[in-house]
Design a protein around this ligand. Sequence first.
Ligand SMILES: [Zn+2]
Length: 114
Amino acid sequence: MTPTIAPIGEGPTVYLIHFDVPYAHARHYTGWTAGDLDGRLAEHAAGRGARLMAVIADAGIAWTLARTWQGTRTRERQLKRQGGASRRCPICRAQARAADHTRASSDTFGTGRR
Ligand SMILES: [Zn+2]
């Protein structure tokens, strides 16, 4: 197992999609692309590329690209296995902070990033 190191701005990318409206218990989709993130997102917008994204498109749920990481499929699987996507999602974190001003101090966006 050799770690893959990609140049910043291109190469394998793991991405986190945040659904504007939760679908059943799902509020995020974590995906992976070898390099063409825009093309991949366009596929998802058309309901292609992933079963969950097809269902989301079908349900007419809007979504936002919340963040990306340089990383391979291994990283994607790792993130999916860890769960807790909302803790990695800047959109959810902003919403949580807005909802709870009293706890808005030490927990920064940098957490969990390596
Ligand atoms: Zn989110």
